[in-house]
Design a protein around this ligand. Structure first.
Ligand code: GDP
Ligand code: IMO
Ligand code: MG
Length: 421
C-alpha cells in the first residue's frame, strides 16, 4: 500500500482495515516522521513506527530493514500501546534497520534553521541525517545494540565526523560518545532485545507458508527521494519499489499495489503544489477534513484532486487499484474539481513535466463537476452513492487508468465501501 500524493492520504486506516485478511504487516521505509491514524469505535490511535496492523491479535507487525528507528520513540510507542491494552509482543524489528540517535534530530533542526527561508519544513525527527549517515556508512544499526563493544566503537567513529560538523559548522557542543552509548545501552537494549530479528527470513518463511503480507508505505509518491519533488521530499523511497529494498523481498512476490489517494490533495511542508487552494474551498477542506499534522500539528496545505500526479503515481508504483479517502469532506461542496492537465507557458500538457521549474509554473486545467450535496458518511453500498459522487469517482478511475476499488467515507474502521468495476 502506497501513498500516491504528499502523504496523510489515510494509509493507516486502510492498513488497519486490510489487516483482517493478512498475516503480517511490514513497514519498509521512513521512521517516526509518519503519523498513521486508526479510529476504532471511539478510540483513536496515532502510530509513528509500529505497523498499523498491530491492533489485530493474529498480525505479526514487522519493522523492516529500510526503516530508520529511534529506539526511544519505539519503546515509548510500545508502552503507549500497552497502556491502552494493545500488545506488541509479536512485533519484530530488523537488525539491519538503522538507528536514529539524538544527534540526528539535532542536525535535522540545525539544517532547517540554516536553510532559513529555503527550509524544507521537515518533521525534525532526524530522518534525513540518519539516512545520510546510512549512505555515508557511518550509521549504527539495530543489531549493533547486541554487541556493546561494536556499538561503542561505531558510535565513537560516527561522532568523530558528526562532532566536527556540530562544533565547526554549527558552533554547537560535541556529543560525548561514551555518555550517549551508556544512555542508549542502559535504557534501550534490554527492552528492545526481544523484538530484534532477521525480518527478511521471517517474511520469507511466512510467504513460503502461503501467508498474506501487507507492506505499509509511509509518506508518499511525491515525497519519494527519487521520484518526488526534490528537494522537498523525505529521504527514503516510499514508492512500491521501496517495499522490496526495504524488506528483502523481490518484486515477483508482489501481486497487488494499492494506491491510497484523498478525494482532494494536501501537503505539509514546502514545495510545488499546482492545485493548491488559497480560497474558501481550501479552508473548508482543512476545517472539515481536520487537516492538521497527526504528529506535528501543522496545518496541511489543501488543493483539488490532481489526476496528472495520479497518472504518474500509477506508473511509478505499478498501481493495480486505488482507495479514495475522505470523499465525505466534499459533501457540502456545490462544485468539485479535478485537475486533468497543466498549462505551462501557454502549452497544454497531460504528463508531469520532468523539469521541476515547469511544475512551479504549471497552471492546472480543471474539469468541474456538480457536488453531490449529500451526507456520504453512512453510505456502505455503491448503489447508495448519489450519481454525482459515482461520476466523480468514475472520472478519476478513467483519468488515471486503474479502478477505484475502495472508498472511505469517514475516519472509522467501518466507514468505507467496496466498488466493483
Ligand atoms: P496516513 O498518514 O496516510 O495514515 O493518514 P493520516 O492518519 O496522517 O491522516 C488521515 C486523517 O484522515 C486521519 O485523521 C484519519 O482518521 C482521517 N481519515 C481517514 N479516512 C477518512 C475519511 O474517509 N474521511 C474522513 N473525514 N477522515 C478520514
Ligand atoms: P505519513 O506517513 C506528510 C514531509 C514533511 C516535509 C518532508 C521532509 O503520515 O503520510 P522529513 O521529516 O521526512 O525529512 O520531512 O516530508 N513528510 C510528510 N508529510 N505525511 C507524512 O507521513 C510525512 N513524512 C514526512 O512535512 O515536507
Ligand atoms: Mg500521516
Amino acid at each position: 500500500m502506497v501513498g500516491t500524493q504528499w502523504g496523510d492520504e489515510g494509509k493507516g486506516k486502510f492498513t488497519d482495515l486490510l489487516s483482517k485478511e493478512m498475516s503480517m504487516v511490514v513497514r519498509y521505509q521512513g521512521g517516526h516522521n509518519a503519523g498513521h491514524t486508526l479510529v476504532v469505535d471511539d478510540e483513536t490511535f496515532a502510530l509513528q513506527l509500529v505497523p498499523s496492523g498491530v491492533l489485530y491479535d493474529h498480525i505479526v507487525p514487522v519493522i523492516g530493514n529500510g526503516v530508520v528507528v529511534d529506539p526511544f520513540v519505539l519503546l515509548a510507542e510500545i508502552d503507549m500501546l500497552a497502556r491502552r491494552g494493545v500488545s506488541c509482543s509479536r512485533l519484530r524489528v530488523s537488525g539491519n534497520a538503522h538507528l536514529i540517535l539524538p544527534y540526528h534530530q539535532q542536525l535535522d533542526a540545525l539544517h532547517e534553521r540554516h536553510l532559513g527561508k529555503a527550509k524544507l519544513g521537515t518533521t525534525k525527527r532526524g530522518i534525513g541525517p540518519a539516512y545520510a549517515d546510512k549512505a555515508m556508512r557511518l550509521g549504527l544499526r539495530v543489531q549493533d545494540l547486541l554487541d556493546e563493544m561494536i556499538f561503542r566503537e561505531k558510535l565513537r567513529a560516527a561522532l568523530i565526523h558528526t562532532n566536527k560538523v556540530l562544533t565547526k559548522v554549527f558552533n554547537r557542543l560535541p556529543v560525548d560518545p561514551d555518555a550517549l552509548a551508556d544512555k542508549v545501552l542502559s535504557e534501550c537494549l534490554d527492552p528492545l532485545k526481544p523484538y530484534i530479528a532477521d525480518t527478511t527470513d521471517l517474511i520469507h518463511e511466512g510467504l513460503e507458508a502461503g501467508q498474506q503480507v501487507l507492506f505499509e508505505g509511509a509518506q508518499a509518491t511525491f515525497l519519494d527521494l527519487d521520484h518526488g519533488t526534490y528537494p522537498f521530499v523525505t529521504s527514503s523511497n516510499p514508492t512500491a519499489g521501496g517495499a522490496c529494498t526495504g524488506t528483502g523481498v523481490g518484486p515477483r512476490h508482489i501481486d497487488r499495489v494499492l494506491g491510497v489517494a484523498k478525494a482532494y490533495v494536501t501537503r505539509v511542508g514546502a514545495g510545488p503544489f499546482p492545485t493548491e487552494l488559497f480560497d474558501d474551498y481550501g479552508n473548508r477542506m482543512v476545517d472539515i477534513g481536520r487537516e492538521f499534522g497527526t504528529n506535528t500539528g501543522r496545518r496541511r496545505r489543501p488543493g483539488w484532486f490532481d489526476a496528472v500526479m495520479l497518472r504518474h503515481a500509477v506508473r511509478v508504483n505499478s498501481l493495480t487499484d486505488l482507495a479514495i479517502t475522505k470523499i465525505d469532506v466534499l459533501d457540502t461542496f456545490d462544485v468539485v474539481k479535478i485537475c486533468v492537465g497543466y498549462e505551462i507557458d501557454g502549452q497544454r500538457v497531460d504528463k508531469l513535466p520532468y523539469h521541476q521549474s515547469e511544475l512551479h509554473r504549471a497552471k492546472p486545467v480543471y474539469q468541474e463537476f456538480p457536488g453531490w450535496k449529500t451526507d456520504l458518511s453512512t453510505v456502505r453500498r455503491p448503489e447508495d452513492l448519489p450519481s454525482e459522487a459515482i461520476r466523480y469517482l468514475a472520472f478519476i478511475a478513467d483519468q488515471v487508468g486503474v479502478p477505484v476499488s475502495l472508498v472511505s467515507t469517514g475516519p472509522g474502521r467501518d466507514e468505507y465501501l467496496h466498488l466493483v468495476s
